[in-house]
Ligand binder design. Structure first.
Ligand code: ADP
Ligand code: MG
Length: 487
């Protein structure tokens, strides 16, 4: 606090401000009493006195450290929310210990005219100050809500996120939300895409950006954690508190929402939290592995609301993006990785960024450890197991099975001579995916499809590529299959 208590009391404006604060405070007290009950209120909250406002922060005093800590832990956020609702300029509440007996200059009760109806509350809520002589305390900043959320990974920022075709839209939406949270049309922001493609990274980047601005409280957690917190709250009969905590944040981010499929109670709770926050003008960011409409098993009303804001998908990486990511990460590491090696990795490890990064990290660690330059040979050696696993990742049989299931044709038609389009097209897709997802040669692939010629496979690859360009629905089908096979 700046300016000093005397200065604060000295000016007439300050008195006026105090009386206004007292009115607000009495209203807040009424609400608190209604929310927590008379007993709780009398035990803990009645002892609060209102201190000065400094910019966007109001100081509240409690007579002991114990009381201060308790109130901070249990009601700190709620007090912040209520103050903010009353006086939008107040965005933070600072709780301090005020030593009893010292002179007070900040009693809002001093010279305050409060409407008769609220007098009683005022008397109770704003007792003649037992005295704000603030003990020096570490300030409590609006921050990432570590009490109810997971910490943000400092490596996941917008700066370290490499943008390319597959993720540029999601990136732009994330940036936009970080710049102007709660804008209509961007609330909620729903990010979806396969595993390891950067959803969590983008969410953390939003959080980091907002916190850098220092204006908001951000809570990030996985849907799984949300569920565990919720269940724990039910067990300890503290669901009210859990709700309040969640509903007091400015930005709530829930990662991997697909986890809530089939968890009806948790979904219900999330739905209500979601509505409360959006109605209060707070921002929600959600990620999942599928689009809202494809998340079967999610309650319809929740699905509908999730799709109401901005839905942005992150597509599977392209070769170009994989190269850019590898280049960025290699250069950040300080180890020289030849372009040939980067290309080799980008060709071999196509599943997702996480694996790509893992492979590169191992290579870099190896180079640092042994002080040897990174070569293609060394790479094949060091990453032997990863590369092998990748080769084996998807088999042609698996691809055939999945594709046949998807279009509802018989598995045997993958190798049959039937040429009807209903079977020929899926067969071509399977060939295309076999080329994309395995390291088999064209003749090898041809053999697995009823001993077809390698030119047939080549034709299939070209045809599917063309069709994907012309027909977005078809492209989506193929992408979906690819994702399923890769995960
Ligand atoms: P998801 O949450 O979609 O499963 P993550 O966000 O956890 O994926 O990303 C996996 C790893 O890949 C993380 O280490 C992340 O930093 C990295 N990553 C993903 N996409 C990018 C990108 N476009 N640029 C840089 N790193 C990325
Ligand atoms: Mg994730």
């Amino acid at each position: 606090m700046t300016g000093g208590l005397e200065g604060y009391d000295a000016v007439a404006e300050a008195n006026a401000q105090k009386s206004v604060l007292a009115i607000h405070w009495s209203r807040i007290c009424e609400r608190l009493k209604a929310e927590v009950g008379e007993v709780e209120y009398r035990t803990w909250l009645r002892q609060i006195t209102v201190g000065p406002v400094d910019e966007d922060e109001i100081t509240l005093y409690l007579p002991t450290r114990f009381l201060r800590d308790w109130v901070r832990g249990q009601y700190g956020d709620r007090l912040g929310t209520l103050w903010n609702a009353e006086v939008p300029a107040i965005r933070r509440v600072e709780l301090q210990v005020a030593r009893p007996g010292s002179a007070s200059a900040t009693s809002p009760a001093d010279g305050v005219t409060v409407p008769a109806a609220t007098t009683e509350v005022r008397e109770e809520a704003v007792p003649r100050p037992a005295v704000p002589a603030p003990v020096v305390e570490e300030p409590r900043h609006a921050e990432v809500r570590s009490d109810l959320a997971a910490p943000l990974d400092p490596r996941f920022t917008f700066d370290t996120f490499v943008v390319g075709k597959p993720n540029e839209f999601a990136y732009a939406c994330a940036r936009r939300v970080a710049e102007r949270p709660s804008s209509p049309g961007f609330n909620p922001l729903f990010l979806y895409g396969g595993v390891g493609l950067g959803k969590t990274h983008l969410m953390h980047a939003i959080g980091a950006e907002l916190l850098r601005e220092g204006r908001v409280s951000v809570a990030y957690m996985s849907a799984e954690k949300f569920m565990y917190r919720f269940i724990a709250a039910i067990r300890s009969q503290s669901t009210m508190e859990f709700k309040e905590q969640l509903r007091s944040v400015d930005v709530l981010m829930i990662d991997d929402l697909q986890f809530l499929i089939g968890k009806d109670n948790t979904q219900e709770e999330f739905f209500h939290t979601f509505n409360a926050l959006v109605d209060a003008g707070r921002q929600i960011v959600v990620s999942a592995d599928k689009s809202p409409s494809d998340l079967s098993g999610l309650e319809d009303r929740l699905r509908t609301r999730l799709g109401c804001g901005m839905v942005a998908d992150i597509h599977a990486t392209t070769f170009e993006l994989r190269i850019s990511i590898l280049e960025a990460k290699a250069s950040a590491s300080g180890v020289v990785v030849p372009a040939k090696v980067l290309e080799f990795l980008a060709h071999k490890i196509t599943s997702n960024v996480r694996e790509l990064e893992g492979a590169l990290n191992r290579l870099i660690a190896h180079a640092n450890l042994f002080g040897r330059p990174v070569t293609l040979e060394a790479t094949q050696d060091v990453l032997h197991d990863i590369l092998k696993a990748h080769d084996r990742r998807v088999t042609i049989e698996e691809i055939q099975r999945k594709v046949a299931e998807h279009w509802n044709i018989r598995l045997t038609d993958m190798s049959s001579a039937r040429r009807a389009r209903a079977v020929a097209r899926p067969r071509q897709v399977a060939m295309y995916l076999a080329k994309q997802l395995t390291s088999r040669s064209l003749p090898e692939i041809g053999r697995k499809f009823g001993n077809r010629d390698h030119t047939t496979v080549m034709h299939a690859v070209t045809r599917v590529t063309e069709l994907m360009e012309q027909d977005p629905a078809f492209a989506e089908d193929v992408e979906l299959l690819r994702r399923m096979l890769e995960s």
